[in-house]
Write a protein that binds this ligand. Sequence first.
Ligand code: SF4
Length: 562
Amino acid sequence: MDKEQGVIVAKSAGFCPGVKGAIDKVLELEASGKKPVYTLGPLIHNRQVTDMLEAKQITSVERPDQATDKNGVLVIRAHGITPAFRQEVMQSGMEVVDATCPLVKHAHDVISQYAQQGYHTVIVGDSGHAEVIGLLGCTQGKGVVVSGPQEAEKLPSFDKVNVVAQTTQKESVFLETAEVIKRKSAVCQISNTICHPTKLRQSETIQMAKNADLVIVVGGKHSANTARLALLCRELAPAVLHIETESELTPQQVLAPKRIFITAGASTPNWVIDQVADWVRQTRKHRGFAFIGMLQRLWAKGVSYSFYTAFAAMALTYVCLKLEGLHSQWKPLAFSWLFVFSLTTVNRAFEDKARPAGRLSALPGFIAAGLGLLVAWLMGPEVFGLSAAFIAAGLFYPFRHLLKLKILALPGTKDFFTALGWGFSCAFLPAFANGMVLRKAVYLAIFYAVLLVFMRSVTLGFTSANKDLMIGKESFYKAFGIGKTKLAVAVLLIMLTAVLVTLLMITWKPALVAMLLLGNLYTLFIVIYYYSHPASRGVKEETLIDGQFFVLWLLAWFSRFI
Ligand code: SF4
């Protein structure tokens, strides 16, 4: 527990394995760009995620005949479907991918097994919920849904009955209901099909919520499991807030309580939980120091909306100018700021639509792109032509699936293209504009910039470990996993050092290169920090990682005195 701020985030909060598996499957299909992707019903009940899926043109349909492109692929979501509907889907002629959670499948099997032996089935759950409809479909027409013990009292007696639970049911409600049915049945089988992740979430909530002064439940207002979690908390804690994002909170709500417990439903993405926790902690950190709190919030906005990253690119351009033996010039510096700001903003607006940063309109990005072209024009027509090509490619990146090019869906391409873009604007363009691209030191400077940015990108992806950033396999981490990503970062660090040592060996700007070698220590610190904090990514982390460019800028500037 964060004793300083009195805020604790549930370990079990966030996507359950079933939901995460279904989302990963859908995103992999979309990233492959082969076919349009349709889900049978909304994948999950979370507005941020459904916004993101819509932005990626992943469409939710109720039936196969609603899919406009019959060459598309239909995905059965984690909730599962009835056997009869499954047959209809299979006969639709479309490719079908089954993302039913294995634990829901287990509940289907349990129901079918007893139904075949002539048992009636009583399902304890929310009638009308997609999962419950699927469960009901396995009962061979002898099933009934009850919400709890009161409704169970009204049921007739059974000769043979199997009592099962919706996988996200509150355990105490299920057990009480099962007891009622047991009393009035000759043979009663109690099949506790509440899934293990739900049980963990509930037991952690029970343990933590009763010691909290305020519980914040994060998740969709229409999500049944989040609503149930909020209900459970209301029985245990004096105050409970059910919110979708931190924008629904006010400082007054989180300043007074001594202990705050933050939890979330199975359909809440980790980044949303992190944003809420960050906001609450930052707000509480400066109780009594409203001005500092306001500054912190401003800083967070600056980071989220790419201003900070754009200045980091500018700092890298300064370093590259020095490394290439050039004077500091306003045009390449301004161009790199505008280039990185425009591409990051537009990509976030279209791709990470579900993230708070993504709510920023793409318009400032397009304006920055226009200004960038203007600055490029001032550097000459060749620079303008090349810049226009890079800017166009970068702005088009969120729509790459339209090209259906396999190369764009290759593992790790997002990190690679990011590094290439920065390498162009921060290292290549200043040299090109000054007519000095053919020098060995310039090649090395470009390579140095590309390596640094590739490492930044991979490390940022790494910190998103299980943070379901929904970036698909274009991200190195998502494509290769944690072990290989760590290895790649270590190799990149060695290569970075090797480039600088090579420059030292050819006695190119020894004072500057020696200072940059010193800067590698900061990069090493970041890598170690990220290795030991794999589960976090927030304003602090992004500040730290892009901070390396400011450290290098300072070192480069300081080298003039040596
Ligand atoms: S709540 Fe449990 S059963 Fe349902 S999708 Fe998640 S892991 Fe699977």
